[in-house]
Design a binder for this molecule. Structure first.
Ligand code: ASP
Ligand code: MG
Length: 403
């Protein structure tokens, strides 16, 4: 492990010239302590969205290669400006594109995976006492095409660089103070965690609590890099994302989340025989429809009921598949409820505490909230409920677990 500091600043942290200067001032405090600093930066503010809009005006069906070429320019702006802001306060700095920093990826444009980082150029620049600034979200494939890592991918660039440099920690600066027990905009009394595990963070990110790019958390977990999520607008310590072994105490439930704008599909009276579910979900997946909660009843007289959730905006695309399936296999009526939400409680402590599910169901029952579907994993319990009860449900579960 080395004492190299790896920091990543998100789009809001570098959203204006003033904010870029503030970031430079923060970096100076590390440089003044003679620490080698490598900084990864996202594009300023909404630059990436604006570039996408621009492309759509020219060609709504642009190739992914050209999209990556375009989108990578957002980060090229922010890295150079940050280097200039450091120069202005007499800190030697050098900015690099992903390709100059030798971040190699596969050739999967718009969602490329990092295959290798050759640290030589970063080391050379650090060796000259410079702050190294690397464009996030991008790399280069073996044919020297510019690639991007998927929206929000700068987090992944930063963690990959931290892993390649053997840094103990990767600081991710954002516009929130850290990871909370629930969305503070939705739940009164939501509190910031000092620590949370990689596993919990992955569940919370996929549930929509998205502070971090999921792949950055997977990488950090694989390479043992501690992620420190913190705000660039104050000096408060944020939340450490680390392994379960390093966790000081395991609380039963560490986060409560809600996923709304979902729809529930129920198909009753389906034959209980091999291949039926494979047929249905195979067709949905071919149409790129993301299915979340799936519940199939146990059979009665050779028939069962299949229920599942899909994003509400996918209902239109799913309908013809579902109608065909129902007319081929079911004697019942297709039921689609477009106003449901999924509330979930996540916590590694669930592995060792009993009664967590019962407590969650009781909290909902006390508010007369009906549970339409339930699924669980080792560290997560999810309930499908009516959308208009989502806010009350979230607060009730948050309170029930003493968060
Ligand atoms: N600029 C890219 C995006 O907006 C990458 C990032 O911000 O992490 O998705
Ligand atoms: Mg982000």
């Amino acid at each position: 492990m080395s004492d190299i500091i790896v920091q990543k600043y998100g789009g809001t942290s570098v959203g204006s010239p003033e904010k870029i200067k503030n970031v430079a001032a923060r970096i100076k405090t590390y440089h003044d302590r003679k620490l080698p600093v490598v900084v990864v930066v996202s594009a300023m503010g909404h630059t990436t969205d604006e570039l996408i809009e621009l492309a759509e005006k020219v060609n709504p069906n642009a190739s992914k290669r050209e999209m990556d070429m375009l989108l990578s320019t957002g980060e090229q702006i922010s890295v150079s400006l940050l280097a200039m802001a450091l120069e202005a306060i007499n800190i030697p700095a050098q900015s690099f594109t992903g390709s100059q920093a030798k971040i190699f990826t596969d050739g999967n444009f718009s969602n490329a995976k990092i295959s290798m980082i050759d640290r030589s150029r970063i080391d050379e620049s650090l060796g000259k006492g410079r702050v190294v600034i690397v464009a996030g979200f991008q790399g280069i494939d073996k044919d020297e095409n510019i690639t991007t890592l998927g929206r929000g991918g700068s987090d992944t660039s930063a963690v990959a660089i931290a892993a390649a440099l053997g840094a103990k920690e990767c600081e991710i600066y954002t516009d929130v103070d850290g990871v909370y027990t629930a969305d503070p905009n939705k739940v009164q009394g939501a509190k910031k965690h000092n620590q949370i595990t990689y596993e919990e963070m992955l569940e919370l990110a996929s549930l929509g609590a998205g502070v971090l790019h999921s792949r950055s958390v997977e990488l950090a977990m694989n390479y043992g890099v501690v992620i420190h999520v913190r705000s660039s607008f104050n000096q408060n310590p944020g939340t450490l994302v680390l392994s379960e072994e390093k966790l000081m105490e395991k609380i039963k439930v560490s986060g409560v989340t809600i996923k709304s704008e979902e729809a529930r599909v129920t198909i009753p009276d389906v034959p209980d025989k091999p291949g039926i579910a494979a047929d249905l979900f195979g067709k949905l997946s071919k149409s790129d429809i993301i299915v979340d909660v799936i519940v199939q009843s146990s059979p009665s007289q050779g028939r069962n009921t299949i229920s599942f959730t899909i994003p509400r905006k996918a209902v239109g695309a799913a309908k013809s598949i579902l109608e065909k399936f129902v007319s081929a296999h079911s004697t019942g009526k297709l039921d689609i409820d477009e106003h449901i939400a999924i509330v979930s409680a996540v916590g590694v402590g669930m592995k060792s505490h009993v009664g967590v599910a019962a407590d969650m169901f009781q909290a909902l029952a006390d508010k007369s909230i009906n549970i339409e579907m339930i699924t669980t994993s080792e560290i997560k319990i999810s309930c499908v409920i009516k959308e208009d009860q989502a806010k009350i449900a979230l607060q009730a579960i948050h309170t029930a677990f003493g968060l």
